[in-house]
Design a protein around this ligand. Structure first.
Ligand code: GTP
Length: 324
C-alpha cells in the first residue's frame, strides 16, 4: 500500500512559530511531529506522498536531509487546495486502497488493523474514530450497529453532535474516492466530499489509545506528554550533568550542563540551556538560547529564540529569533 499525508496547512494556531517553520517540523519528544505520524506506517508501505503547500521547500529539504524509512515524494500545491484538493493533487499514483493521514495527529493506531477492517467490509473507506469529551472542534460521526458511518457533522453545536466519536485524521480509502473530489480548485474533503460518499459505505474504526491533534500550543505540549508517556521520547531521567526529573529529549548538538529540568522537555538541535536555568513542559527548537538562571515553563520557543539571564517565560510561543 501507499500513503498520502496532508501537510499543506498554514498552522495559523501555532503562530508566531509557524510564520517561519511549518508545524510538522516542530520537534516533540525529540523528533519532528511529521516523523511521529510517519512512524504509524507499516514497514512495507511502498511510497509516501506528502501533499505540501505552505513552506513546502522546508519540508522537502528536511525530509531529504533526514530520509524516513519509506520512499517519500513531495507534491506541492501552488495555491492551498484544502484537504480534498490536496488529496486530488497528490493522489495520482496512489495504491488501491491507500492510507490517508493528517500530519498533525499524535496516536498509536495500528494501520495494519485499519486496513484489515477496510478489507473486511468492502466499502469505500474506513476512518479511525477516537472518543473525546468535547467533540465541538472536530468532525463527529454518527454510526449504525455495524459501525457504518451514517452521518458526519463538522464542528457541531453541542446539542447537534451525533456522538463523541470524532475523525482522528487517519483513514484508508479506495482510489475511487479521488474521482469524487472536484479538480483544479480548493475543496474540503470533510465538509464538501465526505457527506456524499457515505452512501457508498464508509465505516468507523474505533480506536481507544492515546490521541491528540497537535494544532494549538496547549495541545502540542499535551501531545508531547503523550509521546513521552508512551515511551517515544527520552527516558524518565535528565541528561548527565543536569538536575531534576525529566524526561528530556536532547537533539544533536544541544548543550545543557548545569541546568535543571522538570517533566516533558525537548531541547532542539544546537540549543543551549545554561547553568542555573530551569525548563519544564516545553519545546525549545533549533538553536534556542536559555541563559543563566532563566525559567521556561509550558512554552514553545521558535528557532534561535533567546531567554535572557534570570527572565521567566511561562505559557508563551516565541517566534524565530524571538526574545524574552
Ligand atoms: P490551522 O491553520 O492552525 O487551522 O492549521 P492547519 O492549516 O494545519 O489546518 P488543519 O489543522 O485543519 O489541517 C488538517 C490537516 O490538513 C493538516 O495535516 C494540514 O497540514 C492539512 N491541510 C490543511 N489545509 C491544507 C491544504 O490546503 N492543502 C494540503 N495539502 N493540506 C492541508
Amino acid at each position: 500500500m501507499k500513503a498520502l499525508v496532508l501537510i499543506g496547512g498554514f498552522g495559523t494556531r501555532l503562530r508566531p512559530v509557524t510564520y517561519s517553520v511549518p508545524k510538522q517540523l516542530i520537534p516533540l519528544a525529540g523528533k519532528p511531529m511529521l516523523y511521529h505520524v510517519l512512524d504509524l506506517l507499516p514497514p512495507d508501505v511502498e511510497e509516501v506522498a506528502l501533499a505540501t503547500g505552505y513552506k513546502s521547500d522546508l519540508i522537502e529539504a528536511y525530509v531529504r536531509a533526514h530520509p524516513p524509512r519509506w520512499p517519500v515524494t513531495t507534491v506541492p500545491e501552488a495555491e492551498p487546495l484544502g484537504t480534498g484538493g490536496g488529496m486530488k493533487n497528490a493522489g495520482g499514483g496512489m495504491s488501491d486502497p491507500f492510507y490517508l493521514l493528517n500530519s498533525d495527529v499524535i496516536a498509536s493506531v495500528d494501520l495494519g488493523a485499519l486496513a484489515a477492517r477496510q478489507a473486511g467490509h468492502g466499502g469505500l473507506g474506513t476512518m479511525t474514530l477516537t472518543e473525546v469529551e468535547d467533540p465541538r472542534p472536530y468532525g463527529v460521526a454518527a454510526l449504525d450497529e455495524h459501525d457504518r458511518i451514517t452521518a458526519f457533522v463538522e464542528k457541531p453545536e453541542p446539542a447537534r453532535a451525533p456522538s463523541r466519536w470524532i475523525n482522528a485524521g487517519i483513514s484508508v480509502w479506495h482510489r475511487e474516492v479521488l474521482d469524487a473530489i472536484p479538480g483544479g480548485r480548493p475543496a474540503s474533503f470533510e465538509q464538501e466530499v465526505l457527506p456524499q460518499l457515505l452512501e457508498r459505505g464508509v465505516y468507523g474504526f474505533r480506536y481507544t489509545g492515546f490521541w491528540d491533534d497537535a494544532g494549538t500550543p496547549a495541545r502540542l505540549l499535551r501531545s508531547q506528554q503523550l509521546l513521552f508517556d508512551a515511551g517515544r521520547g527520552g527516558k524518565g531521567t535528565v541528561p548527565s550533568g543536569t538536575f531534576g526529573t525529566g524526561p528530556v529529549a536532547l537533539m544533536p548538538g544541544a548543550t545543557v550542563r548545569g541546568a535543571s529540568f522538570g517533566k516533558y522537555v525537548t531541547v532542539g538541535a544546537n540549543a543551549v540551556v545554561e547553568a542555573g536555568a530551569y525548563v519544564e513542559n516545553s519545546v525549545l527548537m533549533e538553536g534556542v538560547q536559555v541563559d543563566r538562571d532563566a525559567t521556561v515553563v509550558g512554552s514553545i520557543l521558535g528557532p534561535k529564540a533567546r531567554v535572557h539571564p534570570g527572565h521567566r517565560v511561562t505559557g508563551q510561543v516565541l517566534a524565530e529569533h524571538g526574545e524574552a
